[in-house]
Design a protein around this ligand. Structure first.
Ligand code: MF3
Ligand code: CO
Ligand code: CO
Length: 288
């Protein structure tokens, strides 16, 4: 988790001998005001965006498949196998597998597990569980990253509300992300909605630039002040993936597997994620 550099970054420049376009001028305006702005590499071409969109189609079909098959009594490794087989059958690659040593093709995080749950033969889904399945697909080199919550059978009204509000938090974040807004506008909207509902926002993990790489700038925090963080301009591709806790915001990493992030107070957590491209008219979801 990095700390935002509040100093002028000087990321944007106009090549020598070229006149700044209107687009350049808008970015330079904020850069001169000391805001963090993207570098050119974070702005994808229409062709690249189309590549991420195609990867997103497979990613969405995968989560649809999980939605259809998930049930009480299923092991989390069975979900992993579904993801692996479907991904391979579509000439794609599961980005999680081998990523920094991650041993599986997706993350399955249950109840108090916040994220990065490692699929296992020993973990069986039970009636009443709330489960996040997070999948990242690489197709023709383009990355699409999304996750959904699934409720196994019937759960408690409390957990059901958490799942619903976590989804609303993602939607509030999306609404705040308009062209030439800031990452902090997204975080502020998410945090406001979570707090209004009596929940907290995980601070140690964030959304991220994606598309050409798995994890890239900007760091999309799900809390924060308006007008802070990186400027969001058309062509940028990134995720929003708020992790909303029923209790406190603190989390720790499970020592047994070195991956699974769990709430400190062991109260439940819920998360929804999409990959987006910023357009001239706001966000377009690339994973649905
Ligand atoms: N998909 C996760 C995210 O949203 C990252 C999982 S990395 C893994 O960024 F190694 F745990 F798979
Ligand atoms: Co992500
Ligand atoms: Co993800």
């Amino acid at each position: 988790m990095g700390i935002f550099n509040k100093k002028k970054k000087g990321n944007w420049f106009v090549p020598k001998g070229q006149e700044p376009t209107e687009f350049d001028k808008k970015i330079l305006y904020w850069q001169n005001k000391g805001k963090l702005v993207p570098r050119r590499g974070l702005i994808l071409t229409p062709g690249q965006i189309d590549g991420v969109r195609q990867s997103g189609v497979i990613n969405t079909a995968l989560l649809d498949l999980v939605q259809e098959k998930i049930h009480a009594g299923m092991t989390t490794n069975e979900i992993d196998k579904l993801v692996y087989d479907f991904t391979k059958a579509h000439d794609a690659v599961p980005a999680d597998l081998g990523y920094e040593g991650f041993p599986k093709s997706c993350c399955v995080s249950i109840n108090e597990e916040v994220c990065h749950g490692v699929p296992s033969d020993d973990v069986v889904l039970e009636e009443g569980d709330i489960v996040n399945v997070d999948v990242t697909t690489i197709y023709k080199g383009y990355f699409a990253d999304a996750s959904r919550m699934f409720i196994i059978g019937k759960t408690t009204p409390e957990k059901e509300r958490l799942v619903k509000v976590a989804k609303e938090c993602l939607e509030e974040g999306m609404k705040a992300a308009v062209p030439f807004s800031f990452v902090g506008d997204i975080g502020n909207a998410i945090q406001t909605h979570a707090h209004k509902n009596g929940y907290t926002v995980v601070r140690d993990l964030c959304g991220h630039g994606v598309g050409l790489k798995f994890h890239e700038e900007p760091e999309v925090t799900h809390y924060g002040r308006k007008g802070t963080g990186m400027l969001l301009v058309p062509g940028m591709v990134f995720t929003i993936e708020p992790m909303i806790n029923m209790g406190g915001y603190k989390v720790f990493i499970d020592e047994d597997n070195g991956w699974t992030v769990v709430t400190d107070d062991e109260l439940p957590s819920a998360q929804w994620e999409h990959t987006f491209v910023m357009t001239d008219n706001g966000l377009e979801i690339l994973t649905h």
